[in-house]
Design a protein. Structure first.
Length: 159
């Protein structure tokens, strides 16, 4: 396994590829298949097809199967995580729909639909629904309530 280290970020990638970096509406560096689709002068969607670091403001984000996104920016509407993809939210998102991937929330998400896959919450989430597996780390906040079970570092399933 090869690791990729960018300033303030290290990714353990399973393939020897460079990470794609998308910076709002201004630039894409190292991207070969990830696509930013402008909807208007003020809105844009992001289609993730390779390991990607996203900074900036997006309207909708879609992770295609078997890819990875680290979101340090903001998604105003929905992030859809397809089967076998991995999303790490360090920024903010309105809604995350997990359709079979791995979602890790370290930032803030208003709503999570955990349809399948695994969702791990270490940050703040407003509301969680769906039959997928949801794990909450001690100290995380869900629906305005801090997880107080156990000790720092412990994980629990959502009640």
């Amino acid at each position: 396994m090869r690791s990729l280290c960018l300033p303030v970020l290290c990714l353990g990638l399973s393939q020897p590829v460079l990470a794609c970096e998308v910076n709002g509406q201004t630039s894409q560096s190292g991207c070969t298949t990830t696509e930013v689709i402008p909807r208007t002068d003020w809105t844009q969607d992001l289609i993730v097809r390779e390991p990607t670091l996203a900074v900036g403001i997006f309207d909708h984000v879609t992770l295609e199967p078997s890819t990875e996104l680290i979101l340090t920016g903001t998604v105003r509407w929905t992030v859809t995580v397809d089967d076998s993809s991995k999303l790490t939210v360090r920024g903010m998102a309105q809604e995350v729909v997990n359709q079979g991937g791995l979602v890790e929330v370290r930032g803030m998400v208003d709503r999570i639909q955990a349809l399948s896959g695994e969702t791990k919450i270490e940050g703040t989430v407003g509301r969680v629904s769906g039959p997928g597996m949801v794990l909450i780390k001690h100290g995380a906040v869900v629906s305005g309530q801090r997880e107080r079970r156990g000790e720092p570092g412990d994980w629990f399933t959502l009640n």
